[in-house]
Ligand binder design. Structure first.
Ligand code: A3P
Length: 317
């Protein structure tokens, strides 16, 4: 089992805490509800370590998402935006030598998984981290810090289909779509409910648009250049007029395209620290792939749930 799904990493304090938390199960294992979000036990340990130990720096950037919403893509784009400022053409691009998840590790599922005081000295400013936690949990150690948060949101039906494929690849067997669908609809699943995750960042972006940027996978697909410029401006590294004219935006978008990233050697042969092949983070990258996998009844049910949950928030889907 991947590390974050096991229960062997828990401190005595966490064991006591989880005995008082709402408990549920999905096909993979136990889930505990902490501050409104469901976590596998080891991930929860990572969340608690993060809450206890994370010391933000003013220039920190945190890339946030619900799983399978475009995290890998957002990481690649952010890395590429800062890399272009370095003007170092002598060596390979960092995206050629490491996967976006190696370059931008998860706080709760990687850096803080085992300790509340990990060694972060290899990160230079701006440090870029990532998370799947909802905003209210992420924000706790960030109080009064000016660091920036970018969230990527994706159509829930495509998230479900992407998650299903990812789980099948992970577990090397056909996962039951029906039970994954039920788990998504009930909200009881890793980092769920998905709508709470999305809405926490959506509201955060309305309250403080300079702190939280809300991006959408579908818009990144339909108008990548405009969305990449928006991201660059938010992160304080806008494209110059010269760059806009000399094709730099196109080049950056092409560098981070699914086709290009998935053809790189590192992403075909490499694995995450907990042995997930990098190749499993790249699949079709299409909008509306749910049509090939969900029945009309499933589509309707998700649409109705999401409509009800997003109602009054101003968030369109
Ligand atoms: P599909 O399974 O629908 O193809 P995450 O990065 O959050 O794990 O999300 C994975 C999804 O993003 C997968 O969707 C994957 O194919 C897609 N993806 C990965 N890299 C991408 C890129 N560079 N551009 C567009 N989509 C990408």
């Amino acid at each position: 089992l991947p590390l974050h799904l096991r229960e062997d990493n828990l401190s005595e304090e966490t064991k006591t805490l989880i005995s008082s938390l709402p408990l549920s199960k999905d096909v993979i294992g136990n889930l505990y509800n902490y501050k409104g979000c469901w976590y596998y036990p080891n991930t929860l340990q990572g969340v608690l370590n993060f809450e206890k130990g994370f010391k933000p720096q003013e220039t920190d950037i945190i890339l946030a998402s619900f799983p399978k919403s475009g995290t890998t893509w957002l990481k690649a784009l952010t890395i590429a935006l800062f890399e272009r400022l370095k003007n170092d053409t002598s060596s390979d691009h960092v995206l050629q030598t490491d996967n976006p998840h190696g370059l931008v590790p998860f706080l709760e599922m990687s850096l803080y998984l085992k300790s509340s005081t990990p060694d972060l000295s290899k990160f230079s400013s701006p440090r870029v981290f990532s998370t799947h936690m909802p905003l209210h949990t992420l924000q706790l150690p960030l109080t009064d810090s000016p660091c920036k948060i970018v969230y990527v949101c994706r159509n829930v039906k495509d998230v479900l289909v992407s998650l299903w494929h990812f789980r099948c690849a992970h577990l090397k067997k056909e996962v039951d779509m029906e039970s994954l669908f039920e788990s998504l609809c009930s909200g009881v699943g890793s980092f769920g409910p998905i709508w709470e995750n999305v809405l926490s960042y959506w509201r955060g972006s309305l309250e403080d648009p300079k702190k939280v940027l809300f991006m959408r996978y579908e818009e990144m697909k339909s108008e990548p250049n405009a969305q990449v410029k928006r991201l660059a401006e938010f992160l304080g590294c806008p494209f110059t007029e010269e760059e806009k004219e000399d094709g730099s935006v196109d080049k950056l978008v092409e560098l981070c395209s699914l086709r290009n990233l998935s053809s790189m050697e590192i992403n075909n042969s490499g694995k995450t620290f907990n042995s997930v092949p990098y190749s499993t983070f790249f699949r079709k990258g299409e909008v509306g792939d749910f049509k090939n996998h969900l029945t009309p009844e499933m589509e309707n049910k998700i649409d109705m749930i999401i409509q009800e949950k997003y109602n009054g928030s101003g968030l369109k889907f």
